[in-house]
Design a binder for this molecule. Structure first.
Ligand SMILES: [Zn+2]
Length: 279
């Protein structure tokens, strides 16, 4: 009796094991490399702007709707090809898997979007650093792949902030209710075919911190400023490789209304431009 019970128990275990491996095989055939715990999610409205930023910096076009998005709940990083990463892209069809804590991290999401737009793995220097530096995250493996940022020689020519063609693009959604995600991309470009330094002016003489990219947003009246935001660095020289563009993204949510926007790079300011949100 005891023997019969244990052999039938063993049979149950065998059958269960067989069913489980079948279930695994089915899932793998349907969606390779998407982790078990991943949940599909609809890209939020902000992703539309981030996609446009990735297109604008890289000069590529693609369909955001062709990407399927997954998040793995309660994760800081994901295992991918033996490494811990914040997110990864897979092609054919386009899928992007994101660690939970990074699902709203613009620079990380735009990095994966750029893979989808380029339709390739790896990190060629031209799109990831030269064109989209500052728009897409690029550190560790990406920086190594792309050859890293090499500082110009100490004796490289020194440009003034007005020489780097400071400009910006403001992006918002046409169809909004009370608020809209807004993204402003400020861009500078080295006009030379050689590496240069840009000499940064201090805000006040004796300052150790030098501001680089920034933005001023007003309520459709230059006297009524809503936001001043800027980036800064310790040294008074900003490096640019030959022909390189560097960018800075300002990501916020604004209420319906009209806003004046100016971008700047150190002491160089763009013309003010008025944008309308939901009006
Ligand atoms: Zn990557």
């Amino acid at each position: 009796m005891r023997q019969r019970m244990s052999s039938s128990a063993a049979l149950v275990v065998l059958v269960l094991a067989g069913l489980m491996s079948l279930a695994l095989a089915c899932r793998e055939a349907a969606a390779p490399d998407v982790p078990w715990a991943a949940m599909q999610f609809a890209p939020p409205a902000r992703f539309t702007l981030w996609w446009r930023l990735a297109q604008a910096c890289s000069g590529t076009t693609g369909d955001l709707g062709s990407v399927t998005w997954y998040v793995v709940p309660n994760t800081n990083t994901l295992s991918y090809q033996g490494k811990q990463v914040y997110a990864y892209w897979m092609g054919d069809p386009d899928r992007i898997v994101v660690a939970d804590v990074r699902r709203n991290d613009g620079a990380i999401i735009r990095h994966e979007m750029l893979h989808a737009l380029l339709h390739r793995n790896g990190h060629p220097r031209a799109p990831f650093l030269t064109s989209c530096g500052g728009v897409v995250a690029c550190d560790a493996d990406c920086l190594a792949d792309a050859g890293g940022y090499v500082p110009p020689p100490a004796t490289a020519p020194e440009l003034q902030p007005r020489d780097v063609g400071t400009r910006f693009e403001a992006m918002s959604l046409a169809d909004v209710r009370d608020t809209s995600p807004v993204a402003v991309m400020v861009t500078i470009t080295n006009p030379r075919t050689e590496p240069v330094w840009v000499k940064l002016a201090p805000r006040e003489s004796g300052d150790f911190v030098h501001f680089t990219f920034g933005i001023i947003v007003d309520y459709d009246d230059p006297e009524r400023i809503t936001t001043l935001d800027s980036d800064e660095q310790g040294s008074d020289r900003f490096p640019l490789a030959a022909g390189e563009s560097r960018r800075w993204v300002w990501d916020r949510t604004l209420d319906r209304g009209r806003y004046g926007i100016r971008g700047y790079f150190n002491v160089d300011t763009t013309a003010r431009q008025v944008i309308s949100i939901g009006q």
